[in-house]
Design a protein around this ligand. Structure first.
Ligand code: AMP
Length: 452
């Protein structure tokens, strides 16, 4: 199928051509016709599948016709769990709507000053992209007129549920007209999401696209067994010497570790910076802009801060510490292999990580191939090696410029295991773990500064 077949407004089509997209991704192919026909949808599609355009293109198509209601309030509202994702949605709206006359996009995010937001909200708005908490504040102060709202998008609804935002989301939805079209996107569609959908959506069409497996096909996953922190640091040093590594995101377990590792790498001469939830929005945006423009080779991040980062140049993701939750592993490694490129995801695992590793592998349905760097072999007894010797260069051929395949079709995800039901964990910035990792004595000074 081509974009021409989707019957989108010609000025939107023009922006798609400008973006260099040749054909719709599976989620776009399935969601756009339903949305143009006016249906509600609930879709399982992760970041990286093209889901943003799947809802933004039909949203803009609506905006191409004038509103029937006379008001200055938003016609489209997108709710996202994180500020980073909200900013990316706003950027996508500007990119795909650039040829349409006067599409005003406003982001209302936590951590940003109120006076500027008040000013933005006092002017006409077409697309409002917001994180739920801050939006509730503005609604309570009577600053938002939803009388002409036509479309409500819940992006990463599972994450909003995980982060405890769903009551806010429901309150916001109840402030909007019942005639609205409602779209729900979630990594997985499970019973908790079904309950939310039952309350907020009307006879939704269900679209099931990306299994984790399908999404990860373009990412080579590697495992390195490690003995201790010093071994991790030596392996990291080896990986960073690889010329094939253009840009990398390194994930650590805690904010403190991210800062320390970034400082240590900078001291070693790497263009490195940290990104985590303790940084204010301006610092986070500045760091991400630098990453996007190639001014940083290495970003050291925690899970929360890294959500939604979409930088095409990321060739490698390195799990310096394995994530606690298998679902986060998928989100982390999805930071590479963007927009059809290939990517490499390297995970360090110590003897203590065995259970975690198994959970990740069960979730993705994929056994991660273990690699050994000559001279940096682990001392402890590991499971039988399944992979080859890694000398820095990728062991499988890169598949850059992969075209979108339409074969992921309507699939069900059998690899979800027990993980989707784990709603008790915390993801919000303030709740990021600040405990040390397994190699650190709590309260000890930075191990990164001590070991190379
Ligand atoms: P998303 O899943 O919305 O985070 O999008 C992932 C990436 O895919 C973004 O960098 C988009 O610019 C890109 N993208 C979206 N739609 C297409 C398409 N039809 N063809 C190629 N790239 C796309």
């Amino acid at each position: 199928m081509s974009f021409e077949n989707l019957n989108l407004h010609p000025l939107i089509l023009k922006a798609i051509i400008d973006s260099g997209y040749t054909s719709p991704t599976p989620i776009q192919e399935q969601a756009i016709p339903e949305l143009l026909a006016g249906h509600d949808i609930m879709a399982s599609a992760q970041t990286g599948t093209g889901k943003t355009a799947a809802f933004m293109l039909p949203a803009l198509h609506r905006l191409a016709a004038p509103s029937k209601v006379h008001s200055r309030g938003p016609r489209v509202l997108v709710l996202t769990p994180t500020r980073e994702l909200a900013l990316q949605v706003s950027e996508a709206a500007a990119k795909y709507g650039k040829h349409l006359p006067r599409v005003k996009v406003v982001s209302i995010l936590g951590g940003m000053p109120y006076p500027l937001q008040n000013k933005l909200l006092s002017q006409p708005v077409d697309i409002l992209v917001a994180t739920p908490g801050r939006l509730i504040d503005h609604i309570q102060r009577g600053r938002i007129d939803f009388s002409r709202l036509e479309m409500l998008v819940l992006d990463e609804a599972d994450r909003m549920l995980d982060m405890g935002f769903i009551d806010d989301v429901e309150r916001i939805a109840s402030a909007t007209p019942a005639t609205r079209q409602t779209l729900l996107f979630s990594a997985t569609l499970d019973s908790a999401i079904d309950k939310v959908a039952a309350r907020l959506l009307k006879l939704p069409k269900r679209i099931q696209i990306a299994t984790q497996q399908a999404r990860l096909d373009n990412i080579e996953q590697r495992l390195h067994y490690v003995d201790d922190l010093s071994h991790k640091n030596r392996l990291l040093d080896h990986l960073l010497r690889d010329m094939a590594l253009k840009q990398a995101i390194i994930f650590t377990a805690t904010k403190r570790d991210a800062d320390m590792l970034a400082d240590n790498l900078s001291a070693q001469g790497h263009e490195a910076a940290a990104l985590h939830g303790d940084m204010n929005q301006r610092e986070r945006t500045r760091t991400l802009t630098k990453l996007r423009h190639g001014g940083l080779r290495v970003l050291v991040a925690t899970d929360v801060a890294a959500r939604g980062i979409d930088v095409v140049g990321i060739t490698h993701v390195i799990n310096f510490d394995l994530p606690k939750f298998a679902e986060d592993y998928v989100h982390r490694i999805g930071r590479t292999g963007r927009a059809g490129a290939s990517g490499i995801a390297v995970s360090f695992a110590s003897g203590k990580d065995g259970v975690n590793l198994k959970k990740i592998e069960r979730f993705t349905g994929h056994q991660i191939v273990s690699h050994v760097v000559p001279g940096l072999e682990p001392r402890f007894k590991q499971r039988p090696a399944t992979g080859g010797i890694s000398r820095g260069a990728p062991s499988v051929a890169h598949k850059r410029n992969r075209t979108w395949s339409n074969d992921s079709g309507r699939t069900t995800n059998s690899a979800n295991g027990n993980w989707d039901n784990n709603r008790s964990r915390s993801f919000s910035d303030s709740r990021e773990s600040t405990r040390g990792n397994t190699f650190k004595n709590s309260g000890a000074p930075s191990p990164y500064l001590r070991s190379k």
